[in-house]
Design a protein around this ligand. Structure first.
Ligand SMILES: Nc1ncnc2c1ncn2[C@@H]1O[C@H](COP(=O)(O)OP(=O)(O)OP(=O)(O)O)[C@@H](O)[C@H]1O
Ligand SMILES: [Mg+2]
Length: 624
């Protein structure tokens, strides 16, 4: 079989164009990427060899060899890991297989700066080789197979695959260094890069120079070393390797549990939000090791879903090395580790929230919506997570915790008020908040879809009930308006009887369109707003359910009108006078429709709205 020519997946071609144009400033990271892949390949084989020892019998010592040939202008990185066969080479080096990545890359626009920002979030892995090379060859032989294969490409849309020879299993990646990248042909440069970026790798990285072999790194598992001996930079580079990440760790948690069960945990919280955080196929990013041997990065039992932003690993001394996937399920040891790790992570977060509130706020922006899933999924840790939760609110500019909220509650205030919606700024402008502002009552602004799910389940915090500001039950009447300008005491307050007749007129005009019409103490500036009845779905939740087609017909709303608003006053004057019934009814409809618009809802009959609006405007002009 000769050589075959194949095309890269479209997304890879786009990625390569950016890489080849060297928009990446840190070219030297190509070596880190190749070493990281080599180390992963060795990890995977080491695990397979536990059940199939013959795979590594002839060559049991895993290592990475970097060889430099200045004359031929090549650098090669060779490992004796699991290797790739023909299909593997085509799939792994011709497409981007990581779940969700492909969909993500489809967003690439061709606009270099924007695309760079996208790529910067997940890096370019193997393809970074083309930053310094104008031709890359990969010769690989899969462990347990006889035939080796060569993959080669100039990084321009196509690659070739054909048969090759290789002594033993593993992969050799050879870079033909570009003319203007001579510095990478110096042994000192390569040694420096390995020291900086790959010192933490747990297998020997050997540099071959003039026939001499020299192990450049420490070659012991980083997490097994005492904390005091690990520099921050080493943690950082390890995080990037183990987490396939390109940012800095926001928090590093490293400890060894001793006693009946021994295990080491080294987990990181990223400082940036990974692009695939909400991808349901996303693998758990915390790896499981047993006695320094990589077992799996797909162990759902190790950590709860709501901590899925964690990166890193757990290394157990007590689990059996040849543990199977079935054995991992319902494993009591694993369950105990999970409980301890969750507790530790929540504890560290609590400390950070206390000590560095600003930095904590940044964490919360990134991952708060994920952590909040734990409030309803994990009864055991609910209280802890509630304490950690932060919200935007109508007062103050920083995020607020529930403890701080409760402490600031007004005299006479019994409940924790919140308003839920999709967009922060829109929610902030909701008319339903006017009465709260007038009374100086803080309202939490909830804009994550998960909020709608945990609030009903939790119900109270510190014995205070959560109440939606868009519900009828938000009883503000008992709390004094700030500045003493209480609506009731107002001299020109419309008299109650007149308001009642306006309400009666509204009910007559709107009939079944609303559940009820009431005078509001929630409004100060707007004429009207919609609220949900006590037992009904919250307005925002209803909207969410409709979007997801889980609800066809909505609940009827209560229309609240503001007796002190000029429009309602004029209506009160007009009722019972010579104004025609039709005009009053049109006005009632206009009031309802504009309340709907403020809710961000679609009007059921925009044409009727427009006709009524035009007539009212025309009348206004005639009168003026
Ligand atoms: N030395 C190697 N030995 C075996 N397989 C390899 C090797 N190098 C790359 N691969 C395969 O090619 C795939 C693509 O590598 P690439 O570095 O682009 O992505 P990745 O390592 O999966 O993720 P990241 O973008 O974080 O590096 C790997 O997932 C692996 O399956
Ligand atoms: Mg990689």
């Amino acid at each position: 079989m000769g050589e075959e020519k194949l095309s890269f997946q479209t997304e890879v071609s786009r990625l390569l164009r950016i890489v080849a144009n060297s928009l990446y400033s840190e070219k030297r990271i190509f070596l880190r990427e190749l070493i990281s892949n080599a180390s992963d390949a060795c990890d995977r084989l080491r695990y397979e060899a536990i059940t199939e020892p013959a795979l590594i019998e002839d060559d049991p010592e895993f290592r990475v060899r970097i060889e430099l040939d200045a004359e031929a202008r090549t650098i090669s990185v060779a490992d004796n890991g699991i290797g790739m066969n023909r299909d593997g080479l085509i799939a792994d080096l011709g497409t981007i297989a990581r779940s969700g990545t492909s969909a993500y890359l489809e967003q690439m626009s061709g606009d270099a700066a924007r695309d760079m920002a996208l790529i910067g979030q997940f890096g370019v892995g193997f393809y970074s080789a083309f930053m310094v090379a104008d031709r890359v060859e990969v010769v690989s032989r899969r462990a347990g197979e006889e035939q080796a294969w060569r993959w080669a490409s100039e990084g321009l849309g196509e690659f070739t695959v054909g048969e090759a020879e290789r002594d033993g299993r593993g992969t050799t990646v050879t870079l033909h260094v570009r003319d203007d990248e001579d510095s990478f042909l110096e042994p000192g440069t390569l040694r420096g890069i390995v020291k900086t970026y790959s010192d933490h790798i747990g297998l020997p990285i050997v540099l071959v120079e003039d026939g001499n072999e020299d192990t450049v790194n420490e070659a012991s598992a980083l997490w097994a070393r005492p904390r005091s001996e690990i520099a921050e930079d080493q943690y950082k580079e390890f995080y990037r390797h183990v987490g396939h990440a390109f940012d800095e760790p926001w928090m590093t948690i490293h400890w060894r549990a001793e006693g009946t069960h021994e295990y080491t945990t080294l987990v990181f919280i990223p400082s940036q939000r990974p692009f695939d955080l909400f991808n349901p196929e996303r693998k758990h990013a915390v790896r499981l090791y047993v006695k320094r041997v990589f077992v799996t990065d797909d162990c759902a039992e190790l950590l709860p879903q709501w901590l899925r932003f964690l990166r890193g690993l757990v290394d157990s001394e007590d689990l059996p090395l040849n543990i199977s996937r079935e054995m991992l399920q319902n494993n009591p040891l694993l369950a105990r580790m999970r409980t301890a790790i969750v507790r530790r992570v929540l504890g560290e977060l609590a400390k950070k929230a206390e000590a560095e509130p600003e930095s904590y706020a940044a964490f919360w922006e990134n991952f708060g919506s994920v952590l909040k899933e734990g409030i309803y999924e994990d009864a055991e840790n609910r209280d802890e997570i509630l304490k950690l939760a932060r919200f935007h609110s109508t007062t103050g500019d920083g995020p607020v915790g529930l403890d701080a909220y409760v402490e600031r509650m007004k005299e006479g205030q019994e409940a924790i008020y919140y308003i839920a919606g999709e967009e922060l700024e829109a929610v902030r402008r909701s008319p339903q908040l006017e009465g709260f502002r007038a009374r100086g009552i803080e309202v939490l602004l909830m804009t994550d879809p998960v909020d709608e799910f945990w609030i009903p389940g939790v119900g109270t915090y510190a014995d205070k009930e959560f109440k939606s500001a868009t519900r009828a039950g938000a009883d503000l009447a008992d709390i004094a308006v700030e500045g003493g300008d209480a609506a009731d005491g107002d001299d020109d307050a419309v008299d109650r009887g007149r308001v009642d007749s306006v309400i009666a007129m509204f009910k007559l005009a709107l009939k079944d369109e609303v559940k009820d019409v009431r005078a509001s103490d929630r409004l100060t500036d707007s004429a009207a707003c919609l609220v949900a009845d006590e037992g009904d779905l919250d307005i925002n939740l209803e909207r969410l359910l409709k979007q997801h087609r889980q609800l066809d017909t909505g609940f009827k709303r209560i229309l609240e009108i503001n007796p002190n608003h000029a429009l309602i006053r004029s209506l009160a004057e007009a009722v019972g006078k010579d104004a025609t019934a039709q005009r009053l009814s049109d006005t009632a409809w206009l009031v309802l429709d504009q309340a709907r618009i403020m809710e961000g809802e679609k009007l059921p009959d925009p044409a009727a709205f427009s006709r009524r609006m035009c007539e009212a405007l025309a009348r206004g002009l005639e009168a003026g």
